[in-house]
Design a protein around this ligand. Structure first.
Ligand SMILES: NC(=O)c1ccc[n+]([C@@H]2O[C@H](COP(=O)([O-])OP(=O)(O)OC[C@H]3O[C@@H](n4cnc5c(N)ncnc54)[C@H](O)[C@@H]3O)[C@@H](O)[C@H]2O)c1
Length: 279
């Protein structure tokens, strides 16, 4: 783990989406704590059954836990009202690390999407970002100069086999980032999406062919796949004042994958021949 640089000293926020130690938000909460932030942890009420958040709350200095379904406006309003009360005033950051593809999970092909599930997937994975930011604004819970972050994937721009409806959800998520970014800019608040490498988490593992997507990206990216801990380190810089002029962006945290075409490693795998003598 990296050393603390106090990047978030004195800052407060809400971090959603930590389900278990594999979650990207779990690593992010550890990194934010290391950098001096205080925050509320939130997840869907159903996540309380697993009880793992208690462990994270304790490890991050007794962070309050407030459960809220990110598709329910009333619960989100309560989340932000209670968070500002618990942390002593408006928040400096909000992290959206939420996603679920119902059709993906249930193995329904893109051509045969069940629309009820599709709309639910878009609501959980994308519209919930709009709902969260709106609830934070309507309850007066976001400080001027604050930072909002959402987690995305390059499936928003390109097709990755069975990523299916989640590609649509991420495209919508990134569009909401831009649409809100324009409006939040008036108050110096920024909002960005971090487009992360395939990462072995509960949400990631729900995608059929995930291991192949993971291995492919790992072979193509010059730095290999970025893990959750490195993602967390990058995210804390975006929550800090050092990134105060960055907004409305999809920022790739993927070891260089998004700028690549084909790598030697992949050519070698396909041809069965080494490109370099010393390879
Ligand atoms: N794992 C990957 O390969 C990968 C890659 C790029 C981006 N992402 C994104 O990162 C984010 C975090 O996912 P993860 O990979 O850490 O998996 P994860 O399963 O650990 O996290 C997903 C979280 O969403 C929460 N959630 C689901 N429905 C909710 C609801 N209605 N209200 C509130 N919370 C709800 C879950 O409880 C869980 O904590 C997601 O947006 C995901 O799409 C993941």
């Amino acid at each position: 783990m990296a050393d603390s640089h106090g990047l978030l000293a004195g800052k407060t926020g809400v971090i959603s989406g930590a389900l278990d130690p594999n979650s990207i938000a779990w690593a992010l909460a550890h990194a934010a704590h290391r950098e001096g932030a205080r925050f509320v942890l939130t997840n869907a009420p159903v996540a309380s059954r697993f009880g793992q958040l208690d462990e994270l709350a304790e490890a991050t200095g007794g962070s309050p836990i407030i459960y809220a379904d990110a598709t329910k406006d009333g619960e989100l309003a309560d989340l932000f009202t209670q968070s500002t009360e618990a942390l002593g005033g408006p928040l400096d950051f909000v992290v959206h690390s939420i996603g679920m593809g119902m059709n993906v999970r249930k193995g329904k092909a893109y051509e045969e999407l069940k629309y009820e599930w599709y709309l639910k997937s878009l609501d959980i994975s994308a519209v919930s970002l709009h709902r969260m930011v709106r609830a934070a604004l309507e309850t007066g819970s976001l400080s001027d100069g604050g930072s909002v972050l959402a987690m995305s994937y390059i499936g928003a721009q390109r097709i990755f086999s069975e990523y299916s409806e989640m590609g649509d959800a991420k495209a919508l998520l990134e569009s909401i980032v831009r649409s809100f970014g324009y409006r939040l800019g008036r108050r110096g608040i920024r909002i960005n999406a971090v487009s992360q490498s395939p990462t072995r988490t509960t949400a990631g593992g729900g995608i059929s062919g995930f291991d192949a997507m993971y291995d492919f990206a790992d072979k193509v990216a010059p730095l290999g796949n970025a893990d959750a801990a490195s993602c967390a380190d990058y995210c804390v810089t975006l929550l800090s004042d050092y990134a105060r002029m960055v907004t409305m962006q999809t920022l790739y945290h993927d070891g260089g994958f998004s700028a690549m075409g084909i790598s030697d490693a992949l050519v070698e795998q396909m041809t069965g021949q080494a490109i370099h003598e010393d390879a």
